[in-house]
Design a protein around this ligand. Structure first.
Ligand code: FAD
Length: 501
């Protein structure tokens, strides 16, 4: 260990060491990446820096009632670790699974908790990154150097969710709570609760809170698609009855789910009206023939342009059918002392208001990145397959799937990185850059995602912060797991898109 003066804080920062690879974040992406490094790059030294005091990321941050996955854990879980429970899992179950991954693979020794990374600076003369972090317990600055940065910091700001500003918010007499920052002591027993929003979070808190509340209302500007299904997988239960090995069950169920999801996605494109009819028909069968499904559950976009929230066992709709929960489709005029005044003129009375209004996009975990002293403007870069960026050497970013489970991409990106690191070693290369090839010269450069294809609010709000993409799969995050799972292992590491030095 040595000490140096931190250029920004002018305080001595402790040099904590040099690692071949530095992984940012210990969420499901960071832990998965650490597993792959340990397994497939045994000769590489690595460290995982995590600002929280534990692993889990999203599943630690979110503590609202009912917090659970909305994709199945057979595919949200890793390829290498069997999932043995019901497909939709609570945050606690996901954390238990991750704990087993950490313990079974002796990963804890690689992780430094309570280390918030503030800056990362690439130096071309040294071919390495300098990473400056702050110890969250002592405030002590510390400094690491690394050859390769593996960014697993997720896509939103953990400290605070996104809440729009509405007139009169300070007049409301009760608490206004964003589900991302849930107060542990919030007592909603016998209270009238209004949840603003209709995404997966709203669909989760509604059935979880309904039994204790006097009444809970989901207030939405426009409806969302929901998909109802049993929280069980028949073939998994059958194979368990036959005492088939869990690792086989994991693989078989993954393949079945992925096959069915692929078919569903294709059908959404080929027959959106048919899919819509099926989704709405399932809702009708839960809420009854007299319920106004046209107003409250019929979106005006085609299915799959936004993530479709899965509703296990129809729990959201059962509460509505029983009269404990309801949906109001209207716009907010302003907040008042007693609740929310709607554009229709009605007052929606409330004791507590929950703003399930989404995330605050945060591309690189609020880390100030410089390349040879120049601040990185991500919007000026072009992405290589949604994981590397032109002009940013020795860095890979894990950004998962939205339409399939996020973690599927953690595994295939990790395979790619391990292969890339081995390739660099065999070439004696210290640096790799993604660079547009001569044949990409006239390629149109487009926003990171096509809003016609996928347009959740937090992405639209932050599109300017994201890298650009081209119109070829090499230069885009295609969100197509089914193509990428075959394409990634075949990526030619000597393609002209990679420049080594
Ligand atoms: C409530 C909720 C439910 C979801 N359900 C699903 C689902 O069912 N299926 C699905 O596919 N996706 C789901 N998602 C999306 C989900 O965020 C991802 O699937 C996944 O958990 C993201 O994992 P991650 O490790 O990439 O990022 P995160 O979980 O965000 O973890 C990133 C970690 O990096 C750390 N970090 C960030 N910046 C820094 C820094 N500067 N220094 C040090 N550490 C840093 C953070 O503290 C955090 O621990 C859900 C998201 C939410 C919010």
């Amino acid at each position: 260990m040595d000490t140096a003066i931190d250029a920004v804080t002018a305080r001595p920062s402790t040099q904590v060491g040099h690692f071949d690879v530095l992984v940012v974040g210990a969420g499901i992406s960071g832990i998965g990446s650490a597993y792959h490094l340990a397994q497939h790059c045994p000769g590489k030294t690595f460290v995982v820096l995590e600002s929280k005091d534990t692993f889990g990321g999203t599943w630690v941050t979110h503590k609202f009632p009912g917090i659970r996955s909305d994709s199945d854990l057979y595919t949200f879980g890793y390829s290498f670790k069997s999932w043995t429970g019901a497909p939709i899992a609570t945050a606690a179950e996901i954390l238990k699974y991750m704990k087993e991954v950490v313990e079974e693979n002796d990963l804890a020794r690689h992780i430094r908790y309570g280390h918030r990374i503030d800056r990362a600076s690439w130096s071309s003369s040294d071919n390495r990154w300098t990473v400056e972090a702050t110890r969250t317990d002592t405030g002590e600055p510390c400094r690491f150097t690394t050859n390769f940065l593996w960014m697993c910091q997720g896509y939103y700001r953990h400290a605070k969710g996104y809440t729009p500003k509405w007139e009169g918010m300070d007049e409301f007499k009760g608490p206004i709570v964003h589900p991302q920052t849930w107060p542990e002591d919030l007592d909603y027993t016998g209270k009238r609760v209004v949840v603003i929003g209709s995404g997966a979070t709203a669909a989760t808190v509604l059935p979880a809170m309904a039994p204790k509340c006097a009444h809970i209302t989901m207030l939405q500007r426009s409806p969302t698609y929901f998909r109802i299904g049993r929280n069980a997988i028949e073939i998994a239960d059958e194979l368990r009855r036959l005492q088939v090995d869990e690792s086989w069950i994991h693989e078989i169920v993954r393949r079945k789910i992925l096959y069915e999801q692929d078919a569903f996605t294709k059908r959404c494109v080929a027959d959106p009206e048919g899919v819509k009819k099926d989704l709405l028909g399932a809702i009708r069968s839960h809420v009854g023939p007299d319920y106004d499904v046209d107003t409250h559950f019929t979106p005006n976009y085609r299915p799959w342009r936004q993530r479709i929230a899965f509703v296990p066992d129809g729990d959201l709709f059962n509460g509505i059918a029983e009269g404990k929960a309801s949906v109001v489709t209207d716009e907010i005029e302003r907040f008042e002392a007693k609740g929310v005044r709607l554009k229709s003129g009605n007052l929606l009375e409330a004791d507590i208001i929950l703003t399930a209004t989404g995330f605050d996009l945060c591309v690189f975990g609020d880390i100030a990145i410089t390349i040879d002293g120049k601040p990185l403007v991500l919007g000026d870069t072009v992405t290589y397959r949604g994981m590397m960026f032109t002009g940013v050497p020795n860095l890979v970013w894990v950004f998962g799937y939205f339409r399939a489970s996020w973690t599927l991409r953690v595994d295939i990106v990790a395979d790619f990185v391990c292969r890339l690191l081995a390739h660099m070693e065999s070439k004696g290369a210290k640096r790799v850059d993604a660079r547009l090839r001569p044949q990409d010269k006239d390629m149109p450069l487009l926003p990171w995602i096509d809003p016609e294809d996928f347009n959740p609010g937090y992405m639209m709000r932050g599109l300017h912060l994201l890298p650009r993409r081209g119109d070829k799969p090499e230069w885009a995050h295609t969100q197509d797991y089914w193509a990428e799972k075959d394409e990634f292992p075949k990526i030619d590491l000597d393609d002209a898109a990679f420049v080594y030095a």
